[in-house]
Ligand binder design. Structure first.
Ligand SMILES: C[S@@+](CC[C@H](N)C(=O)[O-])C[C@H]1O[C@@H](n2cnc3c(N)ncnc32)[C@H](O)[C@@H]1O
Length: 299
């Protein structure tokens, strides 16, 4: 029995496998099956993944802060690029879970090709509660819970696997900060894809190839399950589950230094939190889909 799992599994093609039964999760896996997210480029290799990760402010900080010899979980890893980044050059034990087998197969192919031994994949639905309790030192779950039928219930389950004093990072679509994407979503229905390519900054700015454009459009504009959340809501989730607030992006207060997301920041006031979520509409957080991130520590 793998010590990070508490339920019986099968190992198929090097992936710890559980049957996906829930109809909403199946709907989501059907969706990602056609365009696994994030996708790989033909030219991707260990050094391009390292380079991408190092350029990502959050991921690079996370990897540095985690250090060595830790148990790290990524929930909703998709094609596993981030977990691969976390695993390269460390002796951490990285476990990445996702219900979409097509995405995990790409992840596994890459991992086997580059012989990354400290990374394991689980094909499961978070709601099936397969992870060992109090096992992980770090849990990363970015861009996932808002694509589930009940984000809070999913959070409650994943947080059980976090050890005392362990850290969690949650990224969700913001109810206020995603406004620009919501507007574009309606306009896309009327004017179609060509219009979207002109008005979506991600599609416009990055030199995405056709496959990446397709994956982004599907993920942002035609997803079958999507919900919106706020800083205050996640703070309530934390409180109910004995998680201490550490920091957030956007800031919950008026400290806009995001260089050290693991050092405790003031939770601010209802007004400062609302203001910063409103400002998201006009900055890069809002133009990139309105994702906000909250970091917490288990007491
Ligand atoms: C937008 S992708 C994000 C992938 C990756 N976290 C990233 O940031 O690039 C959402 C991922 O959540 C996964 N997901 C959806 N429902 C899930 C569930 N019930 N349990 C675990 N993961 C789920 C999907 O399969 C998909 O890979």
């Amino acid at each position: 029995m793998a010590d990070f799992l508490k339920k019986k599994y099968n190992i198929i093609d090097n992936i710890y496998t559980f049957e996906i039964k829930d109809s909403s999760t199946k709907k989501v896996t059907e969706f990602y099956k056609f365009s696994p997210f994030p996708n790989y480029k033909e030219t991707d290799n260990k050094s391009t993944i390292l380079d991408k990760g190092n350029k990502n402010l959050l991921a690079a900080q996370f990897k540095k802060f985690v250090g060595y010899k830790k148990n790290v979980l990524e929930v909703g890893c998709g094609t596993g690029q981030l977990s691969i980044f976390f695993s390269i050059g460390t002796n951490n034990n990285i476990i990445a879970l996702d219900p979409t087998i097509q995405s995990l197969k790409l992840a596994e192919k890459f991992t086997s090709k580059y012989d990354l031994k400290n990374l394991k994949f689980i094909n499961a639905d978070i709601f099936d509660d397969v992870l060992q309790k109090d096992y992980f030192d770090f849990v990363w779950c970015n861009g996932v819970l808002h694509h589930t039928k009940n984000p809070y219930a999913a959070f409650e389950i994943l947080i059980k696997s976090l050890k005392k004093n362990g850290y969690v990072l949650i990224g969700l679509y913001n109810k206020i900060g995603r406004l620009r994407t919501i507007v574009r979503k309606y306009l896309y229905k009327i004017f179609g894809e060509k219009f979207l390519i002109k008005v979506d900054p991600t599609l416009r700015n990055l030199k995405l190839d056709k496959e990446e454009q397709k994956a982004w459009i599907r993920d942002q504009y035609i997803h079958p399950i999507e919900s919106l959340h706020t800083l205050d809501e996640v703070m309530r989730w934390f409180k109910k589950n004995n998680i201490e607030f550490v920091s957030s992006i956007p800031s919950s207060d008026y400290d806009y230094d995001y260089e050290d997301i693991f050092s405790p920041k003031s939770p601010g006031t209802f007004f400062s939190r609302m203001l910063n979520q409103f400002i998201m509409i006009f900055n890069s957080l809002g133009s990139d889909g309105g994702l906000f991130v909250v970091v917490g520590k288990k007491k």
